[in-house]
Design a protein around this ligand. Structure first.
Ligand code: AQP
Length: 340
């Protein structure tokens, strides 16, 4: 359980609540999968899991309406294909549950401009942009609302989201101390390996959905031949020795981390089996292709019948709202908004 004594909803009883979300800003990457999505699947058996396609977050950067709709459905379909099971978790689209946007306002009024300015992801994403939306700046307040609406104990995220999680905790604690116990204070759960998969062409940058690096980013739905080609052409480091040293050898270490994550081993242990780059790349590519094969097969079945996914999303939104509604009501009452 979290550290506050906020009331809990009926779904919550006896299990830890897990919440996480992913933005439909582009096709899902191997980084998203190894760093976050795979842990979402595992958590379903032990915890009460709430997972969300966070479409409102996608609006923080310029987006095309038709493309946003298509990416949202594609992402939801991928989530079902990787093994999220509506009987064992709640899966929905953020924009279908209006409580997210409404609690976000209360969180914006709880956060300070100074702490939002310190968010490194805002700095990275706003650098060199001629239009920077106010939403991009206040995005972490919406993310805090997403998490806090579900009395979340644990948030599985990649390493890049740690700072936003810290802010969520600070906002929950500040709100609770100002207005009385309202929110559960959540913990981040960052996977020990592959917490940050790097771009294959520039291993000093993380692999991202929106990065203009077609050869550096492996997509979950890439053809096997394309995966093999991208990994074979991955930038490696000077010298020929294979060792896990992310600072001195970022390229090789990234491949070792990917192969390790795909085969359930620590990257340093993987390195012991290689003395040249070629065989490492070949094994890494083969392991990724095998890892993604069942996901791609299930995806192909699901796109043939899109009604299955839309039905899952509709039921998921109802289930999510049954939890989010009472939490929002609690928060509204705590800050002193007059009931209608
Ligand atoms: N390279 C990565 N390695 C490990 N984990 C990663 N995640 C993202 N990239 C990597 C994790 O994936 C989850 C969903 O991410 P998101 O879509 O909500 O936002 P993001 O972190 O900003 O992901 P992208 O792919 O980089 O998207 P864009 O390009 O739109 O910004 C998160 O848990 C994240 O940690």
């Amino acid at each position: 359980m979290g550290t506050s004594s906020a009331p809990v909803d009926p779904y919550h009883a006896g299990m830890g609540r897990v919440f996480s979300g992913i933005k439909p800003t582009g096709p899902v990457t191997l980084g998203n999968y190894l760093g976050a999505l795979r842990t979402w699947v595992d958590a379903q058996d032990a915890d009460d899991c709430v997972y969300c396609v966070v479409d409102l977050h996608a609006l923080t950067v310029p987006s095309d309406p038709a493309q946003l709709r298509a990416l949202t459905l594609e992402l939801a379909t991928v989530l079902v294909a990787i093994g999220l099971d509506p009987r064992r978790c709640t899966l929905f689209v953020q924009g279908h549950v209006h409580e997210h946007a409404e609690l976000a306002w209360l969180m914006e009024c709880t956060a300070s401009v100074g702490e939002l300015r310190r968010m490194t992801q805002f700095k990275e994403k706003s650098d060199d942009q001629h239009f920077v939306s106010a939403g991009l700046f206040t995005y972490p307040a919406l993310m805090a609302a997403d998490i806090l609406l579900y009395d979340t104990d644990r948030v599985p995220v990649g390493d890049d989201q740690r700072q936003h999680l810290e802010l969520t905790r600070d906002l929950a604690e500040r709100f609770n101390s100002r207005f009385g116990a309202t929110f559960v204070v959540p913990e981040a759960a960052v996977p020990p390996v592959a917490a940050r998969v790097m771009d294959l062409q520039d291993p000093t940058r993380k692999m991202s959905k929106t990065e203009e690096s077609p050869q550096g980013v492996v997509l979950l739905l890439d053809e096997p031949a394309s995966i093999e080609r991208k990994i074979r052409r991955a930038v490696t480091d000077t010298g020929t020795d294979v060792r896990y040293d992310p600072v001195a050898k970022p390229g090789v270490s990234n491949l070792l981390a990917i192969l390790g994550a795909a085969t359930g081993r620590h990257p340093a242990a993987v390195a012991e089996g290689y003395d040249r780059y070629g065989p490492l790349k070949a094994d890494c590519a083969a392991a990724v292709v095998e890892l993604l094969r069942p996901v791609q097969a299930r995806y192909a079945e699901l796109v043939a019948d899109p009604a299955e996914v839309t039905t899952i999303l509709r039921a998921g939104a109802d289930k999510a709202q049954a939890v989010a509604g009472p939490t929002l009501a609690r928060a509204r009452s705590a800050v002193g908004l007059l009931p209608r």
